[in-house]
Design a protein around this ligand. Structure first.
Ligand code: TXA
Ligand code: MG
Length: 337
């Protein structure tokens, strides 16, 4: 049984105690829920891999409560300092060179000389890390390959009985994982798109960042450097098919009773489906990104649903992160192709 801790001072202290003695607790962030363990304890980190069924060649994010904590482990150059000043706490994870190869257990780093550092915009989790006085590892709290969890209920769906506790702090704000920028190379490079865009990073650094995750390079099939991005990901067990707004008429004619549609409010109004077969993404790219994983998880659990049609959005701003996750969920399946 996994203990459910509703956010409170006492709950945070209890979670810190569990982690201090080598336990595993799922925690809220502004992006998605993560699975935490003390990042300096090899055995505790090992439990996170087991709970997630995560392959060991995929390194973990190191979650800190401030820049000083990151500087105990990694070298921060002027680019890191500038990005921290502008985006921390927030949804930007930085790949940084480690001070020393053995400063973190090798299951955290997968043996690399770098690690990913993140300072989430969630007071509960930052307070927890401050109490523990050590960083915590923080992969998303889903079973490997499944959509990331945006509520404590999603966490329990995948992790009940597999971890010691979850802190329930309500639904997350953003809905997809943080942007990852690699600063261990000469020219800063985006490894995973998120709420902080490549343009925002470029403008703070005053130099162009490389963004091989953008729509053009996705088509060119460039091998991703973040080890996790090569695995099947964000995928429910049902078929996911992407459609465009211009497909609405054809889609309406072809829909069968085992199909579900996840779309913007306007599009759903045109399709006139009942609630059991539709999920609204709201009216904006922000609301769509917030809803995407919940929608996929909901229809994954509906026995009679076989195919989930999901609306595409322009790949700009947060839309780039939305489309990146959706393309991976769909495994390249598009309506009419
Ligand atoms: O929003 C987030 O970042 C969430 C919340 C819970 O904080 N966490 C998250 O962690 O998405 P995870 O483990 O699911 O994704 C981390 C990604 C993986 O694709 C991993 O391969 C990559 O970061 N990564 C970790 N260390 C790396 C390194 N040293 N070099 C390159 N990629 C790295
Ligand atoms: Mg993940």
């Amino acid at each position: 049984m996994t203990l459910v801790l509703k956010t409170s001072e006492k709950a945070i202290a209890e979670a810190a105690n569990i982690m201090a003695s080598g336990g595993v607790v799922a925690f809220p962030t502004e992006t998605v829920y993560g699975i935490g363990a003390d990042a300096t304890k090899r055995d505790a980190v090992e439990k996170v891999f087991a709970a997630k069924k995560r392959p060991h060649d995929n390194p973990l994010i190191v979650t800190v409560s401030n820049a000083e904590m990151a500087s105990r482990f990694a070298k921060l150059d002027w680019r890191a300092e500038k990005l921290i000043e502008n985006f921390w706490p927030g949804s930007l994870t930085m790949i940084l060179p480690l001070i020393d190869q053995d400063i973190l257990p090798d299951n955290v780093t997968a043996g690399l000389l770098t690690a990913a550092f993140r300072n989430p915009k969630n007071d509960v989790t930052r307070h927890l890390i401050t109490l523990l006085n050590n960083p915590i590892v923080g992969p998303s709290a889903n079973l490997s390959t499944k959509p990331s969890p945006t509520t404590a209920e999603h966490v329990l769906h995948d992790m009940d009985g597999r971890i010691d506790a979850v802190i329930d702090d309500g639904p997350t704000e953003i809905g997809v994982e943080s942007t990852i920028v690699d600063l261990s190379v000469k020219q800063a490079t985006i490894l995973r798109p998120g709420a902080v865009t490549a343009d925002q990073v470029s403008s703070v650094l005053g130099e162009k960042v490389i963004d091989p995750t953008g729509p053009i390079s996705l088509a060119a099939n460039i091998a991703p450097k973040a080890p996790g991005m090569k695995y099947r990901h964000y995928a429910p067990s049902k078929a996911v098919v992407i459609f465009n707004q211009t497909d609405l008429k054809d889609l309406k004619q072809q829909l069968k009773k085992n199909d579900a549609v996840v779309a913007l409010e306007d599009s759903l109004n045109q399709l006139k489906l009942d609630r059991r077969h539709s999920w609204s993404l709201g009216e904006t790219a922000d609301s769509a990104t917030e809803e995407l994983f919940s929608a996929l998880r909901f229809f994954d659990d509906q026995k009679d649903i076989q195919t989930i049609y999901v609306e595409s959005l322009p790949s700009e701003g947060i839309g780039e992160a939305y489309m990146n996750r959706l393309e991976k969920s769909a495994g390249g399946q598009h309506f009419g192709l």
